[in-house]
Write a protein that binds this ligand. Structure first.
Ligand code: GUN
Length: 295
C-alpha cells in the first residue's frame, strides 16, 4: 500500500521560476538592466557540459543576460583567475558560477575565493558560508541545492519547521553542511551523519526530516526511515539497467525509493525531485545578486 506523498519538484520549480521571471521583469522596468550570469566551464566532462548548457538555456529563457565561457582542460590557473577578475568588474555580470570539479592542476579553493562574494551565486565563498552560519542568511547567497531542498520541505510541511528533528546524511560543502545550517536556522534539531556515523539506521529512524546527500545509490534503506517522515533525496546516481536494453542506464537516488512508499509521509522522486530546483535556485540567486548590485 502506498501512503507516501510524492514531492513534485518539477511543478514546484516551475512555480518558483515563474515568480523569478516576474521579478526580473520588474527589475528591468525599474533599472533598465537584466540580471547577468556568467558560467565558466573548464574541460570537457560530459556531465558538467550538460549542467552548464542547461544553466545557460534557463537563464536565456528567463530573459537574463547570460554568458558562457568554455575553456580547454589544460587552461593555466592564472588564465582562469584572470577571467574571474574580468567578470568581477564587469557591470553587466551580477553572478559568476565556475562549474566544479575543476581539473586537478587548478586550486579550486583559490578560484572560489577570488569570486566577489556579491557575485558568488553558488554560495561557496567563505564570506557567504560565514554569513549563513552566523544566521545572516538574508545577506548571504545560499548554495542552490540545499536552498531548493528547503523550499521543497516548506511546500510539503508548511513554513514552520521549528522543533522538527532533521538528519542530514552527508557532510559536503556543497550540500550537507549548508543544508544543516539552513535547517538549524529554521529551528530544527539537526544531526549531520556521515560515513563514520555509528548506528546510522537508528540515527535516521529518529528523524522527522531526512535529507540524503551521500552520492551512493540506494544506500539508505526504507526500513531505516521512520513512519511518516519527510525524505529529500539529493542523490543522482546512474546505474546499469540491462533490463531496459543493452548499455542502458537508469537514475536512482541515495534512498531505496520503493522501500519507502508504504510508510514515509512524503518523498522526492529521482529524477523529478531536487534536481529541477537546483537550476531554478541559481536563477533566484542571480536575481538576488542583481537586485543588490543595482539597488
Ligand atoms: N558541480 C556539481 N554541483 C555543482 C554546483 O552546485 N555548483 C557548481 N559550480 N558546480 C557543481
Amino acid at each position: 500500500m502506498t501512503q507516501a506523498t510524492l514531492i513534485d519538484g518539477k511543478a514546484i520549480a516551475a512555480s518558483v521560476r515563474e515568480e523569478i521571471g516576474r521579478r526580473a521583469q520588474e527589475l528591468q522596468a525599474a533599472t533598465g538592466k537584466r540580471p547577468g550570469l556568467a558560467v565558466v566551464l573548464v574541460g570537457e566532462d560530459p556531465a558538467s557540459q550538460v549542467y552548464v548548457r542547461s544553466k545557460d538555456r534557463t537563464a536565456n529563457e528567463l530573459g537574463f543576460h547570460s554568458v558562457k565561457h568554455t575553456l580547454p582542460a589544460d587552461t593555466a590557473e592564472a588564465d582562469l583567475l584572470a577571467l574571474i577578475e574580468t567578470l568581477n568588474t564587469d557591470p553587466d555580470i551580477h553572478g559568476i558560477l565556475v562549474q566544479l570539479p575543476l581539473p586537478g592542476h587548478i586550486d579550486e579553493s583559490k578560484v572560489l575565493r577570488l569570486i566577489r562574494p556579491e557575485k558568488d551565486v553558488d554560495g561557496f565563498h567563505p564570506v557567504n558560508v560565514g554569513l549563513l552560519n552566523a544566521g545572516e542568511r538574508d545577506h548571504a547567497l545560499v548554495p542552490c541545492t540545499p536552498h531548493g531542498s528547503l523550499i521543497l520541505l516548506k511546500r510539503t510541511l508548511g513554513a514552520d519547521l521549528s522543533g522538527k528533528t532533521a538528519v542530514v546524511v552527508g557532510r559536503s560543502n556543497i550540500v550537507g553542511k549548508p543544508m544543516a545550517s539552513l535547517l538549524l536556522a529554521e529551528s530544527c534539531t539537526v544531526t549531520i551523519a556521515h560515513s563514520r556515523t555509528r548506528n546510522l539506521p537508528d540515527v535516521i529512524r529518529a528523524a522527522d526530516i531526512v535529507v540524503a546527500a551521500v552520492g551512493r545509490p540506494e544506500m539508505i534503506r526504507g526500513e531505516w526511515i521512520g513512519k511518516g517522515a519527510t525524505v529529500i533525496d539529493v542523490g543522482i546516481n546512474r546505474l546499469p539497467a540491462p533490463e531496459l536494453g543493452e548499455g542502458k542506464t537508469r537514475l536512482v537516488g541515495d534512498v531505496a525509493f520503493d522501500e519507502c512508499l508504504d510508510h514515509v509521509g512524503a518523498i522526492t522522486p529521482v529524477p523529478g525531485g531536487v534536481g529541477p530546483m537546483t537550476i531554478v535556485m541559481l536563477m533566484a540567486n542571480t536575481l538576488t545578486a542583481a537586485r543588490r548590485q543595482l539597488g
